[in-house]
Design a binder for this molecule. Structure first.
Ligand SMILES: NC(=O)CC[C@H](N)C(=O)O
Length: 380
């Protein structure tokens, strides 16, 4: 199949199509992770985005059911250097092109992803379109790229989150244990996850730490959340502009006011800032990768983290009640916050990794400690 990628600035990249035929639009970003393409494709926070992977060999290990971070492919299209070859892995059950075709997502390969990445890094994020088919033309792709309204002001969390409340009981997948998903023996803490497009690894890591997990839809009112009597509430990652997610901001504010431990991850972190009076900004090209150094200001330790965000809480607008706990060593941007008086904390990156290093797993431990302290206080 033929394929063309058009950027709103008029740049045209021609390549070979794979996956589904069709037209896809979104904001184009580049992700520098060297592994984890399946997790990236199935991460709901990528809704509305076209993902370019800077690592050139993608598709080699195919697709398997255990590595999915969501129930489908969420990004609009995939841009690669090399066309995916036949997969070779004992875990593989499907080839990448077939997987994308099944989820109706187009892919384009044979792109000079280094030139593309430099353009996005130097010029900033852009709207774009990928057109794949037997015959494609540049003008159609360019017009589609220019017609995309952009992520600013766009609420995608409603569409990415679950429709119905459900419980989640699986811990981390451990291939060395014959793929048996671990159900933690003693699930003593009840955590409600407000789902704006949560990654499954967030849920797995909560179960690993002894939590009973209830996942609720994005628009669940605070009163309903509180009625579930949780030990803590996690506000998840998710796609789109956090400033457009007013219902999430409201729920977060009420959960905090009720004195329930609250934990914001990625979009949830941005909502925490907004809920307490800070502002969010659109970044030049965002953070998308698996090797971003983040400094813990308390311990002085550096965590190597997974990241995927295009918006950020503007540190200059932080209210006095919030303390900065983590900063990016790439660009100094705000990466973590805690409330000075209340059991509330947040992290901008993806401490659940999937893909990525496990350094930031300590952020989950901090949330568990927060819940346990609150529980001890309640029974004192
Ligand atoms: N991973 C996320 O939750 C992303 C949050 C938000 N959509 C952003 O782009 O900044």
């Amino acid at each position: 199949m033929q394929a063309v990628l058009a950027l709103a600035d008029g740049s045209i990249f021609r390549g070979t199509g794979f996956g589904a035929a069709g037209l896809a639009v979104g904001e184009i970003c580049f992700n520098t992770a060297m592994t984890g393409y399946q997790e990236i494709l199935t991460d709901p926070s990528y809704m509305g985005q076209i993902v370019t992977l800077t690592y050139p060999h993608v598709g080699n290990v195919g697709i398997n059911p255990e590595d999915a971070e969501g129930e489908r492919v969420y990004c609009a299209a995939l841009v690669l250097r090399n066309p995916p070859r036949a997969p070779s892995s004992w875990r593989s059950q499907e080839a990448l092109p077939a997987f994308l075709a099944r989820h109706r997502v187009p892919g384009i390969a044979g792109i000079d992803t280094r030139a593309l990445t430099r353009r996005l890094r130097d010029g900033g994020a852009q709207n774009a379109a990928v057109l794949v088919g037997d015959r494609v033309d540049d003008a159609t792709a360019l017009a589609a790229a220019r017609a995309f309204p952009g992520l600013l002001g766009m609420d995608l969390a409603q569409a990415a989150g679950c429709r119905k409340t459900y419980t989640w009981q699986h811990g981390s997948v451990r291939p060395e244990q014959d793929y048996v998903s671990q159900l933690a023996g003693h699930l003593s803490r009840h955590v409600v996850v407000v789902d704006f497009g949560t990654k499954r690894n967030i849920l797995r890591l909560l179960v690993d730490r002894g939590c009973r997990v209830t996942v609720v839809p994005p628009r669940t009112a605070a009163a309903e959340i509180i009625a579930l009597a949780p030990h803590g509430v996690l506000f998840s990652n998710g796609p789109g502009d956090p400033a457009a997610v007013d219902y999430g901001r409201e729920a977060l504010r009420e959960v905090i006011a009720a004195g329930i431990p609250a934990f914001g991850l990625c979009l949830g972190h941005q909502l925490l800032g907004l809920a307490l009076g800070a502002q969010t900004i659109k970044m030049k090209f965002g953070h998308h990768g698996a090797n971003h150094p983040v400094k813990d200001l308390h311990s002085g330790r550096v965590l190597i983290t997974s990241q995927n965000h295009g918006f950020a809480v503007d540190a200059r607008t932080l209210p006095d009640c919030l303390e900065v706990t983590h900063l990016s060593l790439f660009d100094g941007s705000l990466q973590g916050m805690a409330h000075r008086d209340l059991p509330v904390l947040s992290f901008q990156g993806h401490p659940e990794a999937g893909p990525g290093p496990h350094d930031a797993g300590v952020i989950f431990d901090a949330f568990i400690a927060l819940m346990d302290q609150q529980e001890a206080r309640a029974h004192a």
